[in-house]
Design a protein around this ligand. Structure first.
Ligand code: KG4
Ligand code: ZN
Length: 359
C-alpha cells in the first residue's frame, strides 16, 4: 500500500509518499518539506493568516515535488492521509480541501490524521518500536507524556499547564535577541556557555506531579536578563546554558516518573522504550540526558532522525497507512479540529486554562 500524506497544520507545507518494501518494512518514497520560517521570522512567531496563505500558494508544488521525487504517478497511490488537527485552522483547511479534492478526483480513500498521533507513531515508521511504549512529545505547541498502548489507544499521563517546551525555547531566544525559531539558536549559544553560572528554577520538580510548567523558568530568565541590563561577553551563552540545563533536569525528572509508572503497569522488559518526538527532540543535550536516564533503567531510548522529529508529512502518511491497514474507517469529508486531544477522556490538567469552558 502507498499513501500520500499532506501536512499543513503549522508553518511547514509538506507532502510525502510512504509505503512498504517487498519485506513489508516501512519505506519513505519521498518527503518534501517547505518551511515558511522565513515568512514569520520578522514577527518572532508563526502568524496564522500568513501561514494559511503561504500553504495555499505552496501546497500544489509541494505535492507535485513529492510525486516527482518518488517517481510515481498520481494514480498509483492507494490512499491519502491529511492532518485535520490540532493546529491553526486556516492551514488545516488548506490541507484538508486539497486532500478531499484529490481523493475525490482519484477515487481513493482519505484518512484524517491527528498530528499528535503522527508524531507519536513516527518511531514505528523508522521501524524501531512495538506497542506499548512511552512517548515524550516536545514541540512548539505541545509537551506531553503519552502512553501509546496501541494504534488509536493513547493515555495522556502528563501535559504542560502553561507554555509548551518549544515555546519556552522560542520566548527565551526572543528575550535574548536570538533568531527565530529559538530552539536551535538557544542550543547553539548554550554550547558555548557555562551552565553553572545561573541557577534557574525547575518548576514543579519534587511536587509529585508528572505535569510540566515553563512560565516560571521563562520569567526567571527575563528577570536575570533585566538585572544584567546590558548583555555582554558570555552572558547570553551562560543564560542559554543555564536554561537548557534546567530544561533537561525537568524533562528527566518527569520521564523518570513516567518510566516507573510504565514498569509498574507493564513490567520490566528489555524492549521497553522511551520515544522522543517533536521539534525539541532535535536538541542534543536533551537527547543525551534522556539516553542516560534510559541506560539507568535498561530501557531503549528511541529518537527519530532529526528530519522526522519536526513537522513533516511522512509521519502523516504513515499514521494514515497504519490506520488503513488496521481497518479504521476512512472519511471523504472530514472536519478540521484546531483542538483535538489524543486522549479524549483525560481530565484537563490543574492550572490549565480551559478555553470555551462555561463560567
Ligand atoms: O514539532 P515542531 O517542528 O513544530 C510544532 O510545534 O508542531 O517543533 C517546533 C519547535 C520550535 O519551538 C523550535 O524552537 C523547537 O521545536 N526546536 C528546538 C530545536 N529545534 C527545534 N528546541 C530546542 N532545541 C533544538 N535544537
Ligand atoms: Zn508538530
Amino acid at each position: 500500500m502507498r499513501v500520500l500524506g499532506i501536512e499543513t497544520s503549522c508553518d511547514e507545507t509538506a507532502a510525502s509518499i510512504v509505503g512498504r518494501d517487498g519485506d513489508g518494512a516501512p519505506m519513505i518514497l519521498s518527503d518534501v518539506i517547505w518551511s515558511q520560517i522565513g515568512e514569520h521570522a520578522a514577527f518572532g512567531g508563526v502568524v496564522p493568516e500568513i501561514a494559511a496563505r503561504a500553504h495555499l500558494s505552496a501546497l500544489d508544488r509541494v505535492i507535485v515535488a513529492a510525486f516527482a521525487d518518488a517517481d510515481i504517478d498520481l494514480r498509483s497511490v492507494d490512499a491519502l492521509a491529511v492532518t485535520t488537527g490540532p493546529g491553526l485552522a486556516g492551514g488545516l483547511l488548506v490541507g484538508a480541501m486539497m486532500a478531499k479534492a484529490l481523493a475525490m478526483s482519484l477515487g481513493k480513500p482519505l484518512m484524517p490524521v491527528n498530528h499528535l498521533e503522527a508524531h507519536a507513531l513516527t518511531a514505528r515508521l523508522t521501524g524501531e518500536v512495538d506497542y506499548p511504549y512511552l512517548n515524550l512529545l516536545v514541540s512548539g505547541g505541545h509537551t506531553q507524556i503519552i502512553c501509546v498502548k496501541g494504534l488509536g489507544r493513547y493515555e495522556r499521563w502528563a501535559t504542560t499547564i502553561d507554555d509548551a517546551l518549544g515555546e519556552a525555547f522560542d520566548k527565551t531566544a526572543k528575550l535574548l535577541g536570538l533568531a527565530f525559531p529559538g530552539g536551535p539558536a538557544v542550543e547553539a549559544a548554550a554550547a558555548e556557555g557555562d551552565p553553572q553560572r545561573f541557577r534557574f528554577p525547575r518548576p514543579l520538580k519534587g511536587r509529585g506531579t508528572m505535569n510540566f510548567s515553563f512560565s516560571g523558568l521563562k520569567t526567571a530568565v527575563r528577570i536575570e536578563a533585566e538585572r544584567l541590563a546590558i548583555l555582554r561577553g558570555s552572558d547570553v551563552a551562560d543564560i542559554c546554558a543555564g536554561f537548557q540545563q534546567a530544561v533537561c533536569e525537568i524533562m528527566v525528572d518527569r520521564a523518570d516518573q513516567a518510566m516507573r509508572r510504565f514498569e509498574a503497569q507493564y513490567g520490566r522488559a528489555s524492549n521497553n522504550a522511551l520515544v522522543a518526538a517533536g521539534g525539541v527532540a532535535a536538541n542534543s543535550q536533551l537527547r543525551n540526558s534522556l539516553k542516560e536516564l534510559c541506560q539507568r533503567y535498561d530501557w531503549r531510548f528511541v529518537a527519530p532522525p532529526l528530519r522526522l522529529c519536526g513537522d513533516n508529512a511522512a509521519m502523516i502518511a504513515w499514521a494514515g497507512l497504519e490506520r488503513l491497514e488496521a481497518g479504521f474507517a476512512s472519511d471523504s469529508n472530514p472536519p478540521v479540529r484546531s483542538r483535538w486531544p489524543l486522549d479524549e477522556h483525560v481530565e484537563p490538567a490543574f492550572g490549565h486554562g480551559k478555553r470555551g469552558a462555561k463560567a
